[in-house]
Design a protein around this ligand. Structure first.
Ligand SMILES: Nc1ncnc2c1ncn2[C@@H]1O[C@H](COP(=O)(O)OP(=O)(O)OP(=O)(O)O)[C@@H](O)[C@H]1O
Ligand SMILES: [Mg+2]
Length: 224
């Protein structure tokens, strides 16, 4: 049993892209993913759960989506707001229990978070509370756009306050071309001594995920 929580410094940073890439590499050894909470859900192709199902080699159906993404809402708002638009609220305890059950499966389980580190899930809890309660190794996906170093260090400070040190930070090329990827990772490393940091180019190919998956499995052994 080994599971990881994939969070990010913000929405659209590459969490699904990274999770799907890792799934493809880890699939032969057994890997699956869930996306417990998502807003802005549309059943058209290309949703996060659909991409994760495809990366797992599963057919995409509403039933399959519901099985890996039970708390999904249509409005492109934070999950608490999106749920309230439907007269609903996310049951934090139920979301936690869903994640715990998935994490207990024998294969490597990747749990994709929603948006950034402190996205509100209900009136009182953010994703940070979910990560803290789960106590699983965390992967933080960061970017390389101008401003991402501050966003990344801020996210790390929030995680640290909750007692979380990410198993791995992945600096995913934002494709803006403003700031060199390697320099971003080096700078983060100077401010985060001892932190494992990997980079991913854009466009990333399947082979780019192989070393990242290797690092991840190494962390699993450490975490076990
Ligand atoms: N390294 C990369 N190479 C090529 N495309 C990338 C890369 N990283 C991200 N993308 C693309 O950038 C877009 C945003 O990434 P993604 O959907 O994975 O973000 P996210 O963090 O999962 O967003 P959300 O908060 O909505 O879940 C997607 O179209 C994805 O395919
Ligand atoms: Mg996503």
């Amino acid at each position: 049993m080994s599971a990881f929580f994939i969070t990010g410094t913000g929405t659209g940073i590459g969490k699904t892209f990274v999770t799907a890439g890792l799934l493809r590499v880890l699939r032969p050894q057994g890997a699956s993913a869930i996306k417990p909470v998502l807003s802005g859900y549309d059943s058209a192709p290309g949703s996060d759960p659909a991409l994760l199902l495809e990366a797992m080699g599963h057919a995409v159906s509403e039933k399959a989506v519901a099985a890996i993404a039970p708390f999904r809402f249509a409005a492109p708002l934070s999950p608490d707001m999106a749920a309230s638009r439907e007269g609903r609220a996310i049951d934090f305890a139920a979301a936690l229990s869903f994640c715990r059950q998935a994490a207990a499966r024998p294969e490597t389980v990747l749990i994709e978070g929603v948006g950034g580190v402190m996205v509100p899930l209900d009136d009182r809890h953010t994703t940070l509370d979910l990560m803290a309660a789960l106590n699983l190794p965390v992967l933080l996906v960061a970017g390389s756009y101008l401003g991402s170093i501050s966003h990344s260090l801020t996210a790390m400070a929030a995680l640290a306050q909750a007692g979380i040190t990410p198993a791995l930070v992945i600096v995913n090329d934002s494709g803006t071309g403003e700031v060199p990827l390697a320099e971003t990772a080096e700078t983060l490393g100077r401010f985060l001594p001892g932190q494992a940091i990997a980079t991913l180019p854009r466009p990333a190919q399947e082979t780019d995920f192989v070393p990242v998956a290797g690092l991840l499995l190494g962390k699993r052994e450490t975490a076990a």
